[in-house]
Design a protein around this ligand. Structure first.
Ligand SMILES: [Zn+2]
Length: 511
């Protein structure tokens, strides 16, 4: 996790004004089968956002997406991206118009076969006005044709598309798809994806899930790469990595395909990247034993290029890692972190970005559990050392992991104090209840969303006791909490062997 855009956007007010609408909405409402329909309610516009407490205009109301079919053509030499995305969705209200989140230039929009009007509102809203009113429950097929230069398409001065010397990366959180496909860009609307990209032959394209077919030669010395995700995911978990990659395939212990990809630009960092990412299947196998069955259909990782992203992201089935993680040797801790997100973040996603602790606190605590497993320091030792690492008067203790604010969703506190909070919950309920809480949480909310309040309720139910004091103290109260001597291993804890690897990972993950 990135970046500074969140803060800029959070500070801006919603722009809902529609400037120009081409095409006119029709009068006659019909059902999906063409029968006349009499609706009690007057069709209204879908809302331009889902009301997220940090990013209110992210996502859109009035419909729910089932699937994105994203068919692209990319030119690494010019960064020109063109293509067609077909969205399969259902209306959740009688709709006069609806929004998509998208920033590239649009050529045309069709809704259920008919040309639709479209217009920009604000910097990332595409307002679509169908020729016919859409009825609640009606199936929608939305076809958007578009083209643009994503690295030069700035939203509030920012682009989440990273152009590199040999290609590009579409990897970003919380906003991700504005620069490569139109979407309902909020974790509350999950969907499956088919993603295919035509590139000059010799360029590799990596994305989520499995390859439904081998790369297909096309006219003009081009090759089309196809990827498919069969489990629903949040839009920010989809990604593209385009460039020069060595692809290593294998079979995981659970029989699933493993696809790892290594940028050929990594040079002397390449072996450390491989020594880390090649452990993905082993790590996922271990995490499956701790968190419950792995929720997705494939595994892997992408070691991004030397001039790419500076962070890592838990893109579904296949995290993408920046080159910094391999600067001082291998680092399986970041692989543990990003793959723990497959349960905490990807399968169970935040219902609102305020709940970011459910992602980052848990993925960070997974690193402490791995350290314990590897005999490189127990979670208790890491707790103690982290507690002392941040002095009581540090700004660190002023950020609330349970409600950090839109400009601090990736703050140190969300990760480190977030992991400390989980350790305190573990101490409060005991190991058997704690790990049962984690496995029940991932099972109950699989492919869905969650809130901190729901997690607390589940923890209290399984533990059979009120846990409000520990949640309030560790997630929602500024200042360094008091920890009694009995709850520490020693007054001056030794530095755990895992500390420097975890620190290296977190210094790059925290933005
Ligand atoms: Zn993370």
């Amino acid at each position: 996790m990135p970046r500074a855009l969140s803060a800029a956007i959070a500070a801006l007010t919603l722009t809902t004004a529609v400037t120009t609408v081409t095409g006119a909405p029709g009068q006659a409402a019909t059902t999906g089968w063409g029968r006349p329909h009499v609706s009690a309610a007057t069709p209204t516009p879908g809302s331009p956002g889902l009301g997220d407490s940090y990013f209110p205009d992210y996502g859109n109301g009035g419909y729910d997406v089932d699937h994105y079919d994203i068919r692209l053509r990319y030119e690494p030499a010019t960064d020109r991206l063109s293509g067609t995305t077909t969205i399969l969705a259902a209306a959740t209200q009688d709709l006069s118009r609806f929004n998509l989140d998208f920033a590239l230039d649009v050529e045309s929009v069709r809704v259920n076969g008919l040309v639709a009007g479209f217009a920009r509102a604000g910097d990332h809203e595409l307002v679509v006005t169908p020729t016919r009113t859409l009825l609640k429950g009606q199936q929608l097929t939305v076809v958007v044709k578009y083209a643009g230069i994503p690295s030069q398409t700035k939203v509030y001065g920012y682009t989440g598309w990273t152009r590199t010397a040999d290609g590009a990366l579409a990897v970003n959180e919380p906003e991700s798809t504005w620069w490569w496909y139109p979407s309902n860009d909020h974790p509350k609307d999950k969907a499956t994806w088919d993603i295919s990209v035509s590139v000059p032959t010799g360029v590799e394209v990596i994305s989520n899930g499995v390859q439904p077919r081998d790369p297909l030669p096309e006219a003009g010395n081009r090759t089309r790469w196809s990827w498919r995700s069969v489990k629903p995911g949040a839009t920010y978990q989809s990604f593209l990595a385009i460039g020069q990659y060595d692809i290593v395939t294998d079979t995981a212990p659970n029989g699933q395909p493993v696809v790892n990809a290594y940028s050929t630009t990594l040079g002397e960092r390449g072996p450390a990247a491989r020594a880390s990412i090649e452990r993905t299947a082993e790590i996922v196998d271990w995490e499956s034993g701790v968190f419950g069955p792995y929720p997705f259909e494939a595994q892997g990782g992408v070691a991004g290029p030397i001039d790419g992203i500076s962070f890592a992201l838990e893109t579904q089935t296949r995290p993408v890692y920046g080159p910094g993680f391999w600067r001082r040797g291998s680092n399986p801790y970041v692989v543990v972190h990003e793959n723990a997100h497959q349960w905490f973040g990807d399968s169970v996603s935040v219902a609102d970005w305020r709940n970011i602790w459910l992602n980052e606190g848990f993925a960070s605590y997974a690193e402490w559990l791995w350290s314990e497993e590897q005999d490189e320091g127990t979670a208790q030792e890491l707790f103690d050392f982290t507690y002392d690492y941040y002095p009581a008067d540090s700004e660190f203790w002023q950020v609330l992991p349970g409600d950090p604010g839109a400009d601090r969703v990736f703050d140190d506190a969300v990760y480190d104090r977030g992991a400390m909070a989980l350790h305190q919950i573990r101490l409060a309920v005991g190991d058997p209840a704690f790990f049962r809480i984690l496995r029940t949480w991932t099972a109950q909310h699989q492919y869905g969303n969650g809130t901190i309040e729901q997690f607390q309720a589940l923890a209290e139910q399984i533990a059979g006791r009120d846990l409000d004091a520990v949640f309030t103290t560790w997630l929602f109260t500024a200042g360094r909490p008091e920890v009694g001597a009995a709850a520490r291993t020693s007054a001056a804890p030794a530095r755990p062997a895992s500390w420097s690897k975890i620190r290296t990972a977190h210094d790059l993950l925290h933005r």
